[in-house]
Unconditional design. Structure first.
Length: 309
């Protein structure tokens, strides 16, 4: 049996510039980090004593006799891509956080599954091989409306600056002094708002409207360098939070109206009315996992909420 643990990610800046339709012409960059929450996949060859050849367990259980009958798109595509037609398999998925919450869970699943299936074959893929294969499967085989940052973050892990171009991607780890990194982590909270969405549907709208949002995307690309400059300097860490607030406004303007969320929802989220704080980081206001700069007042309210439980 092979068990993989693949991290989820939080994207700080540059989201939207990682779509191939954009970066092949203009180039793109993202500043993102993985967090200490994971997708777990266990895979083993299914013994030949069962009536079914493929057993797939996620939020439902699938029992099928051939790969093409598997409903889960990533499982079906990965098994087909790696030619697992000649042997049965059992795949079981669990995770630390809910799906469809804006933390790259779908790509973490694909990367983790590829890693496990290659492991069953006795192959140790490189991180780049995992990322590029996951991008190929999600974008070109499944035809999903996804960018390229999630697969890279899931495969490489860590806090990274990733540049995208027509030639592919280049990754540079972001190295911060321990005190600076600790200050950043203390200043950010990840909040579950209880809202979930299919990222591919949102991304489809963004991709169709790339030409109409060129100015916003160019600005979001510029913010990546500005944010990195703040983190690697002696500037107050609050400047990073203010830049996140500005970036969330740029991101919201690119979303269809029904996805932007009501003012009441945003206010409730900011007030942490139903607070489920997670380990680190922030996220643009467009999915269920939202990032907020953790001011002293917010940290005080978090402590009050925890004490009530």
């Amino acid at each position: 049996m092979i068990i993989t643990r693949t991290p989820f990610r939080v994207s700080f800046f540059g989201g939207g510039t990682d779509y191939p339709d954009w970066y092949r012409e203009y180039g793109g960059a993202v500043l993102a980090t993985t967090i200490d929450k994971y997708c777990y996949l266990s895979c083993r060859e299914l013994p030949p004593f069962f009536d079914t050849r493929y057993r797939t367990v996620y939020n439902k259980i699938e029992l099928t006799t051939d790969v093409t009958s598997i409903e889960h798109p990533s499982v079906r595509a990965c098994l087909d891509y790696l030619r697992f037609h000649d042997r049965g398999s059992e795949i079981v998925h669990t995770a630390d956080l809910p799906a469809r919450t804006g933390i790259g869970s779908s790509s973490s699943f694909t990367v983790g599954l590829l890693h496990a299936l290659w492991g069953l074959r006795g192959v140790m893929p490189t991180k780049r091989q995992l990322a590029e294969t996951a991008i190929e499967i999600e974008q070109n085989i499944l035809k999903e409306n996804v960018g390229s940052q999630d697969q890279v973050s899931a495969a490489f892990g860590g806090f990274n600056l990733v540049h995208f171009s027509a030639d592919g991607f280049e990754l540079r780890p972001v190295t911060l002094l321990p005190d600076r990194l600790a200050a950043l982590e203390r200043s950010l909270v990840l909040v579950y708002t209880g809202v979930s969405r299919f990222a591919s549907e949102i991304a489809g709208h963004q991709i169709r409207n790339i030409r109409k949002t060129t100015a916003q995307l160019l600005e979001m690309r510029k913010l990546v360098d500005e944010a990195l400059g703040i983190l690697t300097s002696d500037a107050p860490i609050d400047e990073f939070g203010r830049l996140l607030h500005h970036a969330s406004g740029c991101g919201r303007r690119r979303l269809p109206a029904p996805v932007r969320g009501s003012r009441e929802q945003e206010t409730a989220a900011r007030g942490l009315a139903r607070v489920d704080p997670c380990s680190v980081q922030v996220r643009e206001h467009r999915n269920a996992g939202d990032l907020f700069p953790a001011t002293a007042g917010v940290r005080h309210q978090l402590n009050q909420e925890r004490s009530k439980r």
